[in-house]
Design a protein around this ligand. Structure first.
Ligand code: KG4
Ligand code: ZN
Length: 390
């Protein structure tokens, strides 16, 4: 194969070992993902130590799979891209050590990518593939990006700089406690459902009444707005999310309504199945539980929707993109799409395979950096709390 502009992306920031070959930030030649769900499932969350070991076990087979599926060899690759952070330190180190050694041995450039920028590029990548649509980066207005996953709930104002040929980001919103995906995961665990919780709640919510239980989102205290504090944003122009309150409200609701026994029965029934799936849970849920699940999902989706569109208005964004694992949620897509239509704002989501963690998004985010000659420093290391933008 004589194609050029080939980047091998590697992603190991959390619980997916992923490798992909992407051409010129637009064409996915392969996208291999080895999920660790089965390893972490019994614990109801990612166990960092186990994640690192699984990455070490899987990285070489996954990279080989990505190259084979793309029909290329190491010699055909123009650069290696790897996730620098944020994420679990030990998990990131596996991908970074591997990518560094590989780039060194091949004498090819290594490009460091912020995982959050990767999620944004999951959407940009698919747009770049559709030449019939105008290339957004050539248009003047900024993009408002909601990155919403198990570890993050961030709003960014993203702009393409024609001169530099790269994207710049301004962080205009974040969660002060749990990420939205974390709330899905913890609530699913509380209700005796499987891991990760998002797909389970997504599947069960349509069976319940989303108006049955009303949740209120507490106002974020002024003190977290103060400038100079770690992670503080511009106090006059920032949007804050908080998802720990709804988790506690859900727990209280199950206690007040004495749902404990039915939750334990459901947990035991699912544990007895060889490969429990969300569809198996519906017959194990009574109407009260289904209503609670539907109400939880509606509340979280509506809070994300209201604040995202408020930010779009505040910052004069000309379009909205939503990415990260929670962007796979069906109700979120429907309600965000309806509001965008009302406001005449274009909106885009990644395809389902690119919403959750993958390496195609890492290779795509690396492309403008490769073109601009932005290679990783020799001392590149894992940055578990890496921020994106200013
Ligand atoms: O982006 P991702 O794969 O990993 C992180 O960077 O965190 O996101 C995983 C998160 C999990 O919390 C999972 O429950 C959530 O995304 N998720 C969903 C759905 N699919 C995955 N949340 C709601 N609805 C879904 N359909
Ligand atoms: Zn992610």
């Amino acid at each position: 194969m004589s194609a050029t502009g080939l980047i091998l992306g590697i992603e190991t920031s959390c619980d997916e070992t992923a490798a992909a070959v992407v051409q010129r930030g637009a064409e996915i030649l392969s996208n291999a993902v080895s999920s660790q769900i089965a390893v972490h499932s019994p614990y109801g969350g990612v166990v960092p130590e186990l994640a690192s070991r699984e990455h070490l076990r899987n990285i070489l087979p996954v990279v080989r799979e990505a190259l084979a599926e793309a029909g290329v060899t190491y010699a055909n690759i123009d650069a290696v891209a790897v996730t620098e952070g944020p994420g679990l330190a030990g998990a990131l180190l596996v991908g970074i050590s591997f990518a560094k050694s590989l780039a060194f041995a091949l004498g090819k450039p290594l490009i460091a990518v912020n995982h959050l920028e990767g999620h944004i590029h999951a959407v940009l990548l698919e747009e770049a593939k559709r030449p019939e649509e105008p290339r957004r980066e050539q248009e003047a207005g900024p993009t408002l990006a909601l990155v919403v996953s198990g570890g993050h709930t961030h709003l960014y104002l993203a702009e393409f700089s024609e001169g530099a040929g790269t994207w710049t980001y301004r962080n205009v919103g974040r969660t002060v406690d749990d990420a939205a995906g974390e709330a899905f995961d913890k609530v699913a665990k509380l209700l005796g459902l499987g891991y990760p919780g998002g797909p389970w709640i997504d599947a069960l919510a349509p069976h319940g009444n989303p108006e049955a239980v009303q949740f209120s989102f507490s106002q974020i205290k002024a003190k977290v707005h103060r400038r100079g504090e770690p992670g503080a944003l511009d106090p006059t122009e920032a949007i804050y999310f908080s998802f720990s309150g709804i988790k506690t409200a859900m727990l209280r609701h199950t206690q007040v309504h004495e749902m404990g026994a039915s939750i334990e029965a459901r947990r035991a029934a699912l544990a007895g199945l060889p490969d429990p799936r969300p569809a198996d849970a519906a017959p194990l849920c009574d109407q009260r539980t289904l209503d609670l699940i539907a109400s939880f999902q509606r509340s979280v989706v509506d809070d994300l929707r209201r604040k995202t569109f408020r930010a779009a208005e505040m910052f004069g964004a000309e379009r909205v993109i939503v990415s990260g694992g929670v962007a796979a949620n069906r109700e979120l897509r429907v309600r965000f799409t309806a509001e965008a239509a009302e406001r005449h704002l274009p909106i885009a989501f990644p395809s389902l395979a690119l919403a959750t963690d993958n390496a195609a998004m890492i290779a795509a985010a690396a492309w403008p950096k490769f073109v601009a000659g932005e290679v990783a420093r020799d001392g590149l290391t894992a940055e578990p709390s890496l921020k994106l933008g200013s």
